[in-house]
Design a protein around this ligand. Structure first.
Ligand code: ZN
Length: 423
């Protein structure tokens, strides 16, 4: 398994075990398994607690000390040899979408756990402590918003407000969290955020780039910026049989031409603009009435903030040109591009090359907890390919070989960072 040179000391990645890593994905995949081979394990459910309990058991066996903070983020700390040093952290999330899979988030937790395993198996200790982090509610499907735990941790979301949020059944988040705490037993409380030297997150790509280019490792340069808008087009309802076209203020016709105008005006020869209208409501929704109102949302993403600004101007101009009806545009979310630490991106590339894995630098299309962490400390992500780029779906799949490769890179990169050595 070793790709190291003859006589060179073994790498930490030599102790990463492909089978153990794969088997743990399968074992966690049973908690909330759906009939179609996916997983439904939403945040703060009994199943979420069960998954967390299992990972705590695994980590504690390796000498990790568990702590939980006020929003339910879990920190499994392996102490280092020098208490003065800032700890390093790695992790991801265990919650899934309602029709999710076995790998999104879970992989980052299990790859991190594999680093703890490799340290134990090689009888090595890092100079600094290593925290394996399980963030609360990354998916945001039961309680919105997404990346909640890391958002509170990084001070992007208010703790007290977040604890008062409710799910679709009216369950208060704080109450669900108390339930989880009692299931997990008396864990030590994490009072204030640690100052980390670095944060690493391994994840399936959730896109098609690595698979299509037969690349084993993605060194992630950052996370593309996101803007979300709501557009309300207001017209006048009228009888579908008696109102001639010249007298209509048809909100649906105006909304459709507005969307067409925007898409036609966006120049995207590089195929980097992600423009989506995923919600579209027509009112009053009667078959024989001219629509009086249309409400739709635009989800816009791009890896360059300047391009997002330009496209926003196009959206504003096109909205202002809508005829016969009135169109109002409101920006709901403006999340800038996240740039990961350049030194850490290089470190991931070197770690992959040293192991003779093919590596490509690419931005992330989806948002991750790493986006919150990048505001606090040098941060990077490692991507591995997933089948057809599919995620948030029961058919989500990653190959054991790829998961292993990513965990090897994670292990060597963390060890190099901790020891301040080159790869
Ligand atoms: Zn995820």
């Amino acid at each position: 398994m070793s790709t190291g040179k003859l006589n060179s000391p073994p790498r930490l990645s030599d102790y990463v075990d492909r089978e153990r890593l794969w088997n743990r994905h399968m074992e966690l995949g049973k908690i909330g398994a759906t009939e179609s081979g996916g997983v439904n394990r939403q945040a703060l459910t009994g199943l979420d607690s069960q998954a967390r309990k299992l990972v705590i058991e695994w980590a504690v066996t390796l000498g990790a000390e568990p702590r939980m903070d006020a929003i339910g983020n879990l920190f499994l700390r392996l102490p280092g040899t020098n208490h003065e040093l800032q700890p390093i952290s790695t992790g991801s999330h265990l919650d899934t979408q309602p029709g999710g899979g076995m790998f999104d988030g879970i992989y980052g937790v299990l790859a991190g756990l594999e680093v703890l395993e490799a340290l134990a198996a090689s009888d090595r200790r890092l100079p600094c402590a290593l925290d394996l982090v399980i963030w609360l509610n990354e998916e945001g499907s039961r309680f919105s918003p997404a990346t909640m735990g890391s958002g509170v941790y990084a001070g992007l979301l208010d703790l007290e407000d977040t604890l008062l949020l409710t799910d679709g059944d009216g369950v208060v988040l704080g109450d669900a969290l108390e339930m989880m705490k009692s299931t997990l037993g008396n864990l030590e409380h994490e009072n204030s955020p640690s100052i980390y030297d670095a944060y690493f997150e391994a994840h399936i790509e959730q896109g098609p780039v690595l698979e299509a280019s037969h690349t084993q490792i993605g060194a992630v340069s950052g996370i593309q910026g996101l803007r979300q808008y709501e557009v309300i087009v207001s017209g006048q309802s009228a009888h579908a049989g008696t109102t001639p076209r010249s007298r209509r203020q048809d909100a649906l016709v105006s909304a459709m031409s507005l969307i067409n105008d925007i898409t036609a005006a966006i120049d995207d020869s590089e195929d980097l603009v992600r423009f989506t209208v995923g919600r579209f409501e027509v009112h009053p929704g009667s078959p024989n009435t001219v629509p009086s109102k249309v409400i739709f949302n635009i989800d816009l993403r791009h890896p360059d903030d300047d391009r997002l600004e330009e496209i926003e101007k196009i959206i504003v101009q096109c909205t202002g040109r809508v005829k016969t009806c009135r169109a109002d545009l409101q920006c709901l979310i403006r999340s800038p591009v996240t740039h990961f630490d350049e030194g850490l991106v290089r470190l991931i590339e070197s770690a992959a090359k040293a192991l003779e894995f093919s590596v490509k630098t690419l931005p992330s299309g989806a948002t991750h907890d790493a986006s919150s962490m990048a505001r606090l400390c040098p941060t990077v992500m490692i991507f591995v390919p997933c089948r057809d780029g599919v995620s948030h779906h029961e058919s989500e799949w990653a190959e054991p070989e790829h998961l292993w490769a990513g965990a090897c890179v994670l292990a060597d990169a963390i060890e190099a960072r901790a020891n301040e050595t080159d790869l």
